[in-house]
Design a binder for this molecule. Structure first.
Ligand code: ADP
Ligand code: MG
Length: 735
């Protein structure tokens, strides 16, 4: 077991049994002593908490601490074998466990245990089928369970929470003082009243009281917040040090021509942000700016004007879009605005203009070669593309500006990869429609300055949303289809959005890399939990064609179509040759057909809050009033029903952003800030820790500016390096 030589870097295989160590490495990415110590409990089970589980949903995987109340075994009626029903309770609630054919540990009434399983519903009552069981007065076990708080760890099928607890007991048993080097400077610790690391780790894994947990997590969150802020500030400083190329305004060029032929007047906001960008592009120090603006606020034209300025100054601009549909649409709308100015070198092109070139992963080799050649020799001033832009082989003559559209689909590393294609660091403009709460701005986007477009262009019809609870009001769905017919009869168009493509029940609605968004975690496909699979485009379109929308021109759009087919169908929809587009979330971002006025989202509960907000942005783009109907089977009183009602009740993006943070796992938000698969940010909450994050940001700035900066704090430097290059290969080297 652990000896005096054990350090944080010691592989778990040297400390635990080989089977356990392998399982931990494979299923939980825990490789070293440090990983295990930093694998914090997700929560602490205590008696009497089952009542709090009333909000549990079918399909949730949970662990409960409960006492066996009764056990009964009987023969099954239609099959051979027996069925055992165990009722467990914790003083407040009860729940049923079901085991077939005696595959369960022996249990007697009165015994306490931890039961982990997936919630299913049977005869209106929650139950676990075949949960993992860990009976707490097992003689092999020590008195751990008698404590008030039993840690419940993020676990896997192969490594249960109690195996993790046992392994930690081995480490903690020897005391951590020798083993743990505290990376936090004493000065920071005392200023903020933080526990030493060894003590915090001990208390987080074996707390006596709720106060222990608070003190420990308070300290451990500081580790995460400080290292995150150091990483971001260091990145920002490094990029500020390396000069780029100034791209000042050149009168009489593409930008002036664009302004002269814009079909509308810029809003005040567009003009102000435009000035801000123009000034920053004129400097040698590379711009690093985030442009936030509601769906439909007109970010594209702001980006186009910045791109035109760079082209006028002799550089190239790249526009990175998350999907092929959106990239193709950008090319179309840029070409529409530019006219002959966007076809320099072609017969009808204007020699004073430039070329708009599309680069996508699905281009055939001849088209790809031609596109790459235009990018490389500089004749393409504006290059629009998907992830394919980032790939090797795409070389720019002189990349001056990188624009990333709908940033929430891209990570920092993709932004950096594209930035690396400039001979000197290019200017960077990141655009997002998902409003960003202050904490997120300080973390995920902590290396960017921010501009905001608050105003929508005048004359927008706006969008009204309603929830259609089909369980309670089946007639409302008929009414919804009738509304679609009415709009179509009035010459308008509609979208029907489904979570899945269909045909292959195993395949989620996901196209090639970077295409449709996967539905949220709560939209996972049928996993045997009794939840039916989400509605599918290919089924719904058939039902509509032969039912409520018979005679209406219907077409589908989803990630399994070839890019040519997608492009054709989007064009046809844009041209009004299709009345109703039945689609997956391929239409989520940026698709711009102002004549579309209704959107019906099927199984709306399977989508996340910001996805729904994005989706409905598709029908608020013209002068006509838009209508968005969120169809769901979720009861209106359930937490899901309430979430949908909240989405329907407001279009205030900031309020929705908060709701979104509350309903999705925050690790995902912060996880996007890093390149690694394992997140180094585990405890920090973007909702609750605003103050702490702001303090850590201030401390990080002080640390970097004092003495030798990070070099004076080797422990922190190691953590920063870990966060920056958190990938497996690098990791194995260290282990
Ligand atoms: P988003 O910010 O969601 O990307 P877009 O840039 O796609 O929005 O713009 C939405 C629509 O508004 C487009 O059809 C665009 O042509 C139009 N638009 C942009 N700016 C203005 C303006 N100042 N006045 C009127 N329409 C505008
Ligand atoms: Mg857009």
């Amino acid at each position: 077991m652990t000896g005096p030589g054990t350090t944080m870097g010691t592989p778990l295989a040297k400390v635990l049994g080989p089977k356990t160590a392998t399982a931990m490495a494979e299923s939980l990415e825990l490789h070293t002593v440090r990983d295990l110590l930093r694998h914090y409990p997700r929560r602490y089970a205590q008696r009497g908490e089952m009542a709090k589980f009333t909000d549990l949903q079918v399909g949730d995987r949970v662990t409960v601490l409960a006492q066996v109340r009764s056990v009964s075994t009987r023969s099954m009626q239609r099959r051979r074998g027996t069925i055992t029903e165990v009722t467990v309770g914790d003083g407040e609630g009860t729940m049923r466990l079901v085991f077939f054919s005696n595959r369960h540990p022996r249990m007697a009434a009165g015994v306490w245990g931890l039961f982990a399983g997936t919630v299913s519903l049977w005869q209106g009552k929650m139950q676990f089928s075949h949960p993992d069981c860990h009976l707490l007065d097992d003689p092999d076990d020590d008195d751990g369970w008698a404590r008030a708080l039993v840690p419940i760890y993020p676990s896997s099928k192969d490594v249960s929470s109690w195996v993790i607890e046992k392994a930690l007991r081995v480490l903690l048993g020897q005391g951590l003082a020798e083993l743990v080097d505290d990376p936090l400077p004493e000065s920071v610790r005392s200023r903020h009243g933080l526990l030493p690391l060894a003590e915090a780790l001990t208390r987080v894994h074996r707390p006596e009281t709720a106060e222990d947990v608070d003190a420990a997590t308070g300290r451990l969150k500081w580790d995460e917040a400080l290292v995150l802020q150091l990483t971001l500030l260091a990145r920002r400083r490094a990029s500020a040090l390396e000069p780029g190329i100034a791209r000042p305004r050149v009168p009489g060029g593409l930008l002036d021509a664009v302004d002269a032929q814009l079909p509308f007047a810029l809003t005040d906001g567009q003009r102000e942000v435009g000035e801000e960008l123009a000034a920053e592009l004129s400097r040698e120090q590379p711009m690093n700016r985030l442009l936030q603006g509601e769906v439909g606020s007109g970010k594209t034209v702001v980006a186009l004007r910045a791109m035109a300025q760079v082209v006028d100054a002799g550089g190239q601009a790249a526009l990175l879009a998350p999907t092929e549909v959106l990239a193709a649409q950008h090319v179309r709308s840029l070409q529409a605005v530019l006219g002959p100015l966007g076809r320099a070198g072609e017969l009808d092109g204007d020699a004073a203009g430039t070329r708009v070139t599309l680069v996508t992963g699905s281009q055939r080799s001849a088209a790809r070669r031609a596109a790459r050649a235009e990018v490389a020799d500089g004749s393409a001033g504006i290059v629009v593309g998907t992830h394919a832009l980032i790939q090797e082989g795409v070389e720019f003559a002189d990349l001056g500006l990188v624009v990333v559209d709908e940033q929430h689909r891209f990570g920092v590393e993709q932004r950096d990869a594209l930035r690396a294609k400039g001979t000197r660091p290019p200017h960077v403009l990141v655009m997002t429609a998902t409003p960003i709460p202050r904490t997120v701005a300080m973390t995920v986007y902590g290396d960017l300055e921010t501009s905001t477009l608050r105003q929508l262009p005048a004359g927008r019809g706006g969008v009204t949303s309603s929830v259609v609870p089909v369980g309670e009001k089946p007639a409302w769905l008929d009414r919804a289809w009738q509304r679609v017919r009415e709009e179509v009869a009035a010459g308008r168009q509609a979208y029907v959005v489904c979570p899945r493509i269909g045909e292959d029940p195993e395949a989620p609605a996901r196209g090639q890399a970077g295409e449709d968004a996967p539905v949220d975690a709560d939209g996972a496909p049928d996993d045997g939990s009794g939840k039916r699979p989400p509605l599918a485009v290919l089924d719904v379109v058939e039902g509509l064609r032969s039912g409520p929308l018979a005679g209406v021109r219907l077409q589908t759009l989803h990630g399994r179509l070839t890019p040519e087919e997608k492009e054709l169908r989007m064009r046809a929809f844009g041209a009004g040759e299709i009345d109703v587009l039945v689609a997956t979330t391929v239409v989520e971002v940026g698709v711009d057909v102002p004549n579309a006025t209704v959107m019906v989202v099927m199984d709306a509960d399977r989508f996340g809050v910001s996805q729904l907000h994005q989706l409905r942005g598709r029908v608020a783009r013209g002068a006509h009033a838009g209508l968005c109907l969120l169809v769901t089977e979720a009861p209106s009183g359930s937490s899901t029903g309430r979430r949908l009602a909240a989405v329907a009740s407001t279009t205030d993006g900031f309020q929705l952003a908060r709701l979104d943070l509350e309903t999705r796992r925050e690790g995902n938000v912060l996880g996007a800030a890093q390149s690694g698969t394992r997140s180094e940010v585990k405890l920090l909450s973007l909702l609750d820790d605003e103050e702490l994050i702001a303090e850590a940001r201030a401390e990080a700035a002080v640390l970097l500016d004092t003495g030798g900066g990070l070099a004076d704090h080797p422990g922190l430097a190691v953590e920063v390096a870990r966060m920056t290059t958190d990938d497996k290969a690098d990791f194995l080297e260290k282990a």
